[in-house]
Design a protein around this ligand. Structure first.
Ligand code: SF4
Ligand code: MG
Length: 331
């Protein structure tokens, strides 16, 4: 049985130095600001949002690549502390990550077959060299690579092939948790579809629990069962992927979804948001989305909406959670 992932109040604050004319000052950037969610065993949670929303920081926190500033992560019921201690080292054997950049993630000097084998040498010392080679051949077959591809160097392969190598390397130790950060964003759309299909096939067989970070809603709709929408380090909406995309409740989700044609959702005109998201060192008071929200009310400027759960959906918006406000004058 693969483990459940439970995240409670997770946060990560970075110190940023700002140089002024006469003096420099330090400000705090809340990249991830107290997020909570659960991923059921074998389930895939998509995380979407604009760049700077805290998606990638969340992915790195989940695998202990950077320490958290606060909060709690449990995997398979086991708690891992914010400090990156021995617990984490033990835990990491059960987790793998697939990164954003296919070229940067592979060593240009080592044939890809050896790179796929490497995690077995580290995590499965009981295997003989012949057993490892058999595992590599099997994994390459599953991911749609031919045996002779193993002797190639990364630069001798296409972008789609390299991303298959990265997926094979992550899955060869049969991880219980897989965290993906924009794994197909660098690929052409047609190659994306092929890689995602292979990914889905393997997922059906291996059944790992997963988190899939992407700015691309179409990709998330294909691979995830649930989706969390992030804005300025917070989750503003979370729920079943089909439900959220067919009937988005938060005004920010509505804007994101309106930019993508989704089958089953009546065509509505595109909602274009004003401006870029504010900087995470300067999060607006009240609802962090109020500076761009087409539905903003006066209360939104001072009162921070909490993420409130109703059934299988949770939304952080006054209009959704406190409908009496909807009668209030627009700000
Ligand atoms: Fe918009 Fe107000 Fe809802 Fe925030 S709380 S999303 S500003 S309506
Ligand atoms: Mg990112």
């Amino acid at each position: 049985m693969k483990g459940a992932l439970e995240v409670k109040n997770l946060s990560r604050v970075f110190k940023v130095r700002e140089r002024g004319l006469l003096f420099s000052s330090t400000r705090l950037l809340k990249a991830v600001d107290g997020i909570s969610f659960n991923v059921a065993p074998g389930e895939m949670l998509g995380i979407v949002g604009e760049s700077g929303s805290g998606k990638s920081t969340t992915a790195r926190l989940l695998l202990g690549h950077i320490p958290a500033s606060g909060g709690e992560i449990r995997f398979g019921g086991e708690k891992v502390s914010a400090k990156l201690d021995a617990d984490w080292r033990r835990m990491r054997r059960r987790m793998q990550m697939i990164y954003q950049d296919p070229l940067g993630a592979l060593d240009p000097r080592i044939p890809v077959g050896q790179q796929i084998e490497e995690p077995l040498i580290v995590h499965r010392p009981e295997l003989s060299a012949a057993q490892r080679r058999a595992h590599v051949a099997d994994m390459m077959g599953q991911i749609g690579l031919l045996a002779h591809h193993g002797t190639r160097y990364p630069h001798e392969m296409s972008g789609g092939q390299r991303q298959r190598v990265i997926i094979a390397r992550a899955l060869i130790i049969d991880p219980e948790l897989l965290v993906c950060d924009e794994p197909v964003s660098a690929l052409d759309v047609s190659v994306q579809a092929q890689v995602l299909n292979v990914f889905e096939d393997i997922r059906t067989r291996a059944g790992f629990t997963g988190v899939f970070v992407s700015h691309d809603l179409k990709v998330v709709r294909q691979v995830a069962e649930r989706v969390a929408v992030m804005y300025l380090g917070r989750i503003v909406e979370i729920g079943d992927v089909g439900e959220v995309f067919a009937n988005p409740a938060h005004p920010y989700t509505q804007a994101l979804v309106s930019a993508v044609p989704v089958p089953g959702r009546s065509r509505r005109s595109r909602i274009v948001l004003k401006g870029d998201p504010p900087s995470a060192v300067n999060v607006p008071a009240g609802c962090p989305f109020h500076t761009r929200c087409p539905e903003v009310r006066s209360a939104c400027r001072s009162i921070r909406p909490e993420l409130v759960e109703k059934g299988r959906r949770a939304v952080a918006c006054h209009l959704v959670n406190n409908p009496s406000l909807s009668g209030m004058e627009a700000a």
